[in-house]
Design a protein around this ligand. Structure first.
Ligand code: MRU
Length: 330
């Protein structure tokens, strides 16, 4: 895996030798983003199958499954991947490894298809707003929200991306800005609270964000701040699309309110990480009043009524129950 904790300062690969180490990598966000979490969780489950003692195989992998599922609660790909690999692992550890690899490969091809489908929504000269990181760092390859951007750029369209910094962990500032630079896509970083202002000035043509879980009625859980963007986009009549593979669709959650929202350590709000100007070391600095308390929900729910369409690997659909059930059957 690419160690996302070190980006954009250092590019380093992270190798995990044991299932529990992979779980820890998901929990502390060495690996993050719905698709990448799903792939890592699938491999963690396969690792557990390989590590399980023959005498205690079933109990070991069942316990491992619960441990992986407890690492991060919101991204649905994690649960879907663990279920698939666990079921395969009941046959043999080898079957579990094959299932994990297939899921990872599917994630990459889904991203490519989302890109091909979604690029048609992007016209020459478009200024696109995105939030958090839903590019190839957050997936096995391509990504969700950024896949159409890459394809549009490669096809020669002149585009510009507004990148929300995405407090508190700054996935936009650290990861999306870096990722877009690697792809030579022109982009400008903005503070999260500048997005509505940009829209009000007519400087955003389209919003594309990713998703961590899509409920049956089309409500979407995504990085905290997505709901505010969707509300602003509605006010200024800007199309608001959510890009996600159908592996992110959770038909067992009837609506967004059924989705568990991860709450993370308040330290992430109280402190900010960056590179020390003199020592060059990754350093944490307090950006809040000493003694201040903080609340840190990692995701919010955007109601389906604010979403123009869902860009999936099987096409663009309207965010409603019938369309979602229809696409899941295809
Ligand atoms: O907490 P993270 O960084 O794992 O958050 C997930 C996300 O990156 C997003 O919410 C994203 O927009 C969709 S999934 C790549």
């Amino acid at each position: 895996m690419i160690n996302q904790l070190l980006l954009p300062y250092h590019f380093q690969l992270y190798e995990s030798a044991a299932f529990i180490q992979t779980v820890d990598a998901i929990r502390v966000m060495v690996v993050r983003g719905a698709g990448a979490i799903g792939a890592a969780a699938g491999f963690a489950m396969a690792q557990a199958c390989l590590e399980a003692p023959a005498a205690n195989y079933a109990a070991f992998i069942s316990h491992a499954r619960k441990t992986i599922e407890a690492s991060r609660p919101t991204a649905y790909d994690l649960f879907a991947a663990v279920e698939k690999v666990y079921q395969a692992g009941l046959t043999s550890p080898g079957a579990a490894v094959t299932a994990a690899q297939e899921l990872a490969d599917k994630n990459a091809s889904d991203g490519r298809m989302i890109g091909e489908t979604g690029q048609h929504l992007i016209h020459d000269g478009y200024r696109i707003q995105t939030h958090c990181n839903a590019g190839w760092l957050g997936f096995v390859d391509y990504g969700s929200a950024l896949a159409p951007v890459y394809m549009a750029h490669r096809s020669g369209k002149k585009i510009h991306v507004w990148v929300d910094e995405t407090r508190p962990r700054n996935q936009g500032a650290r990861l999306t800005a870096w990722e877009l630079q690697q792809e030579n896509v022109p982009c400008t970083l903005i503070a999260d609270n500048a997005a509505a202002h940009l829209m009000s000035r007519g400087e955003t043509d389209l919003v594309i964000v990713g998703a961590d879980r899509v409920a049956l009625n089309g409500d979407v859980a995504n990085k905290i701040g997505t709901l505010g963007l969707a509300l602003a986009a509605r006010e200024f009549r800007i199309p608001f699309y959510v890009a996600a593979p159908t592996s992110t669709f959770d038909v067992t959650s009837a609506r967004g309110s059924a989705i568990t929202i991860e709450e993370r350590d308040p330290q992430e709000v109280l402190f900010v990480k960056g590179l020390h100007a003199e020592t060059g070391a990754i350093t944490e600095v307090r950006v809040s009043a000493p003694g201040a308390e903080a609340w840190n929900p990692a995701f919010d729910i955007t109601p389906s009524g604010l979403i123009t369409g869902l860009i999936t690997e099987k096409g663009v659909i309207t965010p409603d129950r019938e369309s979602i059930l229809g696409i899941m059957r295809r």
